[in-house]
Design a protein around this ligand. Structure first.
Ligand SMILES: CC(C)(COP(=O)(O)OP(=O)(O)OC[C@H]1O[C@@H](n2cnc3c(N)ncnc32)[C@H](O)[C@@H]1OP(=O)(O)O)[C@@H](O)C(=O)NCCC(=O)NCCS
Length: 162
């Protein structure tokens, strides 16, 4: 089940973000990010939105979604998703991504742009491609992976006008 995040979900969202960010394999975020910093960056201003995936009362994943750029770039959406390590591979990421696409469509966005998908993040790339995203280009070596060294960062795009 996916629903809008509530204030009292944060205590379960933060450990998911902390795990993903300190692992340094999928997001170019500062691994020393503090809880207040994470809270500020994960919760976008309206009309941006944050959702949680739930298994009973347990938060198994979270996504945020917002306009990719202000002003002349605000007709393109963006967002991020994170699934708790123990809940991966069970459809939570697909449910979050599908919800993000539905939100962008009903909000009238022309497209969704993911700005920095790590080139070796096979789970994310397969998921996004299965939903129709294409890779527009890759910034070579733009992500410093802890085991693989410098790998690319993809811009992935889903056109919502066609
Ligand atoms: C990427 C991520 C969101 C996927 O979520 P998930 O819940 O594990 O994915 P799902 O179980 O919904 O699987 C969806 C698809 O992803 C792909 N996938 C998932 N895990 C995979 C894996 N280990 N290897 C290859 N493909 C995989 C499959 O194509 C799968 O399709 P299917 O439904 O036909 O099996 C999750 O692994 C995650 O949070 N990773 C860390 C943070 C991150 O990378 N976020 C995205 C940054 S761009």
């Amino acid at each position: 089940m996916i629903r809008d995040a509530r204030e009292d979900d944060w205590s379960q969202i933060w450990p998911i973000i902390h795990d993903v960010v300190t692992e340094q394999r999928t997001f170019a975020y500062d691994p020393a990010m503090t809880e207040p910093e994470a809270r500020r960056s994960w919760l976008p201003a309206p009309p941006g939105r944050v959702v949680v995936a739930l298994d009973g009362d347990r938060v198994t994943g979270t996504a945020n979604m917002y306009a990719n750029r202000p002003g002349p770039g605000s007709h393109v959406a963006s967002g991020s998703l994170m699934v708790a390590r123990a809940a991966r591979g069970a459809g939570v990421g697909r449910a979050l991504a599908t919800d993000l696409i539905a939100w962008a469509r009903r909000s009238g966005f022309a497209a969704i742009q993911f700005n920095a998908v790590v080139d070796v993040n096979e789970a994310a790339i397969r998921l996004y491609e299965s939903l129709g995203f294409v890779t527009l280009g890759t910034a070579p070596g733009a992500f410093r992976h802890p085991e693989l060294g410098d790998v690319g960062l993809r811009i992935m795009w889903l056109d919502l006008r066609s």
